[in-house]
Design a protein around this ligand. Sequence first.
Ligand code: ZN
Length: 55
Amino acid sequence: MTQSARKCPICGKPRVAEHAPFCSSRCRDRDLLKWLDDGYTLPGPAAPPDIPPEE
Ligand SMILES: [Zn+2]
């Protein structure tokens, strides 16, 4: 088998040139949201490992 037609990475349907590399603006938005969601999971500044107890 040859990959003559590329598929939408979101849903696997044949992609549309207008929305390449996706099949629709909907899938493009889903991909964008996925990226944004990943962005929120980026490791932020780590909390100090040793916090002096408040006494
Ligand atoms: Zn799609």
